[in-house]
Design a protein around this ligand. Structure first.
Ligand code: ATP
Length: 352
């Protein structure tokens, strides 16, 4: 199973981008949740507007699908400025960055997604551009190469990263404002679902929105995706209105349970509980038992299971928590004291 196959994956699929664009809040006032980030950003932007200047550089950190691209567009809209969107992996050479920077207009917002994945020389060029609005363009090669300084108009860099800790400190320090985006509360996701349903012209009961929000793993992108799948179900199987029953039946078809776990998550948890008594068990063994690659289990399934407090990674291996047993409706085995006469397991065919 890959990222792309999963309904509950927080990364955007290519064909999803157009529909996402239609659902993006355009102003700060429309942006749901993240109250601290909104309040702080509002101050930064108001002050910059009052000074008639350009806003400070902004770093947005947080998991995929929490609204970093959306916020960068809001920053541009609130400043009445154009926006240019690019990403760290797209900037392989310092020259790529130089050509983007030298074509920016005064006050323009440059959104650099996955900024931690930029090449080293580009990163160093960015230091100077952010601080002094200047780049050195290198002309020629070898000993004859010369650096021609080029003055840039003031601009606002909005960098996005999944983890601010991945950025080298000199880069991190050049941002005037850093916002950490948290996973959303269920009540906030309910608002996201209701707002998107309105834009998509789908009728939703309040309870239907609660049901979708509860399965969305704290992530607006997932909430919007589940909403679209539930809408399909409501159209085909009912009268188009999303009620709690419809949402729950639809998401059962798509194998997303009431806590947001999908088939892969449940397979990992189920193996850990049923085959290994809740662990500890090594990652490779667990992966073989599930029939998936080690990386898939580690990178795709485990982060959410750990975040939900269902699984722990310990030095001795993966361990299920009591909440995991409860979630799958299973009873943990009784701990028998060492040396006590055991059940058939200890005396069986392969027993010692
Ligand atoms: N606070 C919010 N209120 C309403 N909708 C939101 C909010 N945050 C995100 N969304 C919606 O979720 C979707 C994903 O948001 P966005 O693309 O901004 O996430 P992202 O953090 O930039 O993800 P990535 O890191 O993968 O690029 C968009 O359709 C957007 O409309």
């Amino acid at each position: 199973m890959t990222h792309e196959d999963r309904l509950v994956d927080a990364q955007a699929e290519d064909e999803e981008q157009a529909v996402e664009a239609a659902l993006r809040p355009k102003q700060l006032g429309e942006f749901i949740g993240q109250p601290k980030v909104r309040e702080q950003l509002d101050l930064v932007l108001r002050a910059a507007r009052a000074r008639g200047g350009t806003a400070d550089h902004v770093l947005l950190s947080g998991a995929p699908g929490l609204g970093k691209t959306t916020l960068s567009m809001i920053i541009a809209a609130e400043m009445g400025a154009p926006i240019r969107i690019t990403s760290g992996p797209a900037i392989q050479h310092a020259g790529d960055l130089a050509s983007i920077l030298s074509s920016l207009q005064e006050g323009e917002v440059l959104f650099l997604d996955e900024i931690h994945r930029m090449s080293r020389p580009a990163e160093e060029m960015l230091y100077m551009a952010m601080e002094d609005f200047r780049v050195d363009v290198i002309v020629g090669k070898g000993p004859g190469a010369t650096a021609i300084p080029l003055q840039l108009p003031p601009f606002t860099l909005v960098g996005a990263t999944t983890r601010a800790g991945l950025l080298p400190p000199p880069l991190r320090d050049r941002f005037g404002f850093t916002a950490h985006m948290e996973f959303y509360e269920p009540a906030e996701l309910e608002q996201v679902v209701r707002r998107s349903a309105q834009l998509l012209e789908v009728r939703t009961d309040p309870e239907g929105a609660v049901e979708i929000a509860g399965r969305s793993r704290g992530t607006p992108r997932i909430a919007n995706r589940l909403l679209r799948r539930v809408r399909d179900y409501a159209q085909v199987k009912a009268d188009g209105v999303i009620t709690r029953e419809i949402a729950s039946a639809a998401l059962e078809v798509y194998e997303v349970d009431e806590r947001g776990l999908d088939r892969l998550d449940r397979a990992v948890l189920g193996s850990l509980l049923k085959l290994f008594g809740g662990g500890p068990v090594g990652l490779s063994t667990l992966a073989v038992a599930v029939g998936e690659e080690r990386e898939t289990v580690e990178e795709v399934a485990e982060p959410f299971l750990v975040r939900e407090g269902l699984l722990a990674r310990t030095p001795r291996g993966r361990v299920a928590t009591p909440a995991a047993w409860a979630h799958l409706g299973l009873t943990p085995p009784q701990q028998t004291p060492r040396g006590a006469s055991g059940g058939p397991g200890q005396q069986g065919l392969f027993g010692g």
